[in-house]
Design a protein around this ligand. Sequence first.
Ligand SMILES: O=C(O)CCC(=O)C(=O)O
Ligand SMILES: [Fe+2]
Length: 329
Amino acid sequence: MDSAGDVPIIDLSKLRGTSSERSAAVQDVGRVCQEKGFFQVINHGISTDILRNALAAAAAFFSLPMDDRSALASDDITLPVRYVTSSSALDGGEVKVHRHVLKQYSYPLEKWIGNWPAKPSQYREKMGKYAREVRNKLVSDLMEAITESLGLGRYYLSSQMENGFEMMLLSLYPPPPVSSGSDDLRCGDHTDYTFISVILSTHEGLEELDRVTGAWLAAPHRRGAEGGSPPPPPSLTVHVGDCLEAMSNGRYRAAVHRVLWGRGDTDTSRVSITSLTNWAMDESVEVAKELVDDRHPTMYKGSTLRDYTRFLLAGRASGSTFLESLKIN
Ligand SMILES: O=C(O)CCC(=O)C(=O)O
Ligand SMILES: [Fe+2]
């Protein structure tokens, strides 16, 4: 299996190859989910145009006047489309914006796309194409490979996936204010509440925690505009999330990741799109009973997306993460 630096690369065309290619690729998927929890994908079949258009649409949205964007702001975290800004006060009373986020529900697409921002004009079309392709060409195949690699069979989660839920987080990380010094952590270390998340971004900045060495690894970044004919597509990074860690009874580990932006003298903004795969709001994610035996007792309590939302609403009073709160000692 290839890797870029210390980040493994999964060739998705192998999952659609001969049966021996497929079983080798399924084993690779299992191994990286177990050992790392993060990887990048190539030969997924999503065109460079679709990827670049989605990033351009996200950037165009963030270029809208603040009034247009803040019209979508709300404290109600259950809304299907919501604009959020995270910031902190600097010493001189100045406010540092870490990032702006547009959250939008995206699966089933037909159900939600009408709620998406109507401006800029091609936003829904370009973002909709990306959402559909990520789902059909990447997430579905990977989820099948993942359950197969756990010995549960390729279609083990098909119905939960079909009846499930997907969310996109579009993030804008503005350039740092001059006075920010070296404080360039924009999104602190965390895991995602999801089965898998897929990240596309305009710039580097995403970092993964290597659980074995304790080192932070920079996810390699390709913009997709460099030479070559056709040019190689932009990088797509995949993370194992909390739901997969729990369902697999801890066999696969959620990726701890963070975003640093602004190191050096950059005056550009970074834009990313994170796609999160979940089950329906009230469908409980439980440890797969097939993965429990005397040597592997059930390690996690069941949880739903609604439980997670409630946890966020309550604030992290205990200081622990949602995944930690699910662990059975
Ligand atoms: O901006 C990125 O590259 C990742 C953002 C992220 O981790 C998240 O929104 O959960
Ligand atoms: Fe994340």
